[in-house]
Write a protein that binds this ligand. Structure first.
Ligand code: SF4
Ligand code: F3S
Ligand code: FES
Length: 248
């Protein structure tokens, strides 16, 4: 057991400040353990959102020494023995209290995406899904909705004014997943991503990919292929004509 110095942002939507704490740390612990110890010993009203403590519910997103990450997956032994550990709420979403932010922006963006639409005349059991089609979008299904990618993307991190027009990387992978589904009858996922989700704002900095705890290759496997296909369809006259004539 050692005692370590922590700084935790305390406050609400009216403002706040970093508060200093000296806390017991034991071998094998993660930052969420320390936050729980703070609640149990020195700060019973410290607000934090968490659920699984296993990196799977996506609730405990925060910034630890300025780096976006999951509190439950950040091990204490990744810091130097005398290093102060500073925990702040994610920056892109409004603070409710202490480490808890209002992430409803993400649910609003999720609702805007047209739902999966199988062909209307397809009967149950009529279509056999190929393994290759399952595998193509499987990576995107690993998303735990921690919204760390959303928090990190510079398009909205310091630009509140861009939020209305930008859905963010989490929802670009949703668009790509639906676009790759062989039974999705909608033919306009790419155009929707470009025109309604703000795909064009993304300048492929890949910061979203770097912070994803599920190691989803957001930029390389979802965003870039969507961007390429938007361009292909927009500027290929045969594709354009074909879509006019055979539009599903
Ligand atoms: Fe989190 Fe990755 Fe999903 Fe983004 S894509 S919400 S970083 S799990
Ligand atoms: Fe943002 Fe990721 Fe694009 S961080 S700019 S969505 S590559
Ligand atoms: Fe579930 Fe951290 S508590 S991901």
């Amino acid at each position: 057991m050692t005692t370590r110095h922590f700084r935790v942002w305390r406050g609400d939507d009216q403002g706040g400040a970093l508060t200093d704490y000296d806390v017991e740390v034991n071998e094998g612990e993660v930052v969420l353990d320390i936050v729980h110890r703070l609640q149990a010993t020195q700060a019973p009203d410290l607000a934090v959102r968490w659920n699984c403590k296993a990196g799977k519910c996506g609730s405990c997103s925060a910034e630890i020494n300025g780096k976006p990450g999951l509190l439950c997956m950040t091990r204490m032994n990744t810091f130097g023995p005398d290093e102060t550990v500073t925990v702040t709420p994610v920056r892109t979403f409004p603070v409710m209290r202490d480490l808890v932010t209002d992430v409803s922006f993400n649910y609003e963006k999720a609702r805007e995406i047209p739902a999966f639409a199988p062909p209307a005349d397809l009967k149950p059991g009529e279509y056999r899904m190929q393994q290759v089609d399952v595998e193509r979008s499987q990576e995107f299904r690993k998303c735990i909705e921690c919204f760390l990618c959303q928090n990190t993307c510079h398009v909205i991190r310091d630009h509140e004014e861009n939020k209305a027009a930008f859905a963010g990387p989490r929802f670009f992978i949703r668009a790509a997943e639906l676009d790759m589904h062989p039974l999705d009858a909608r033919d306009d996922r790419k155009e929707f991503a470009q025109e309604e989700q703000g795909l064009g704002f993304c300048n492929i900095t890949k910061c979203c990919t770097e912070v994803c705890p599920e190691h989803i290759k957001i930029t390389d496997n979802a965003i870039i292929p969507m961007k390429e296909r938007v361009v292909d369809r927009k500027y290929d006259p045969l594709t354009w004509l074909g879509r006019k004539i055979f539009r599903r």
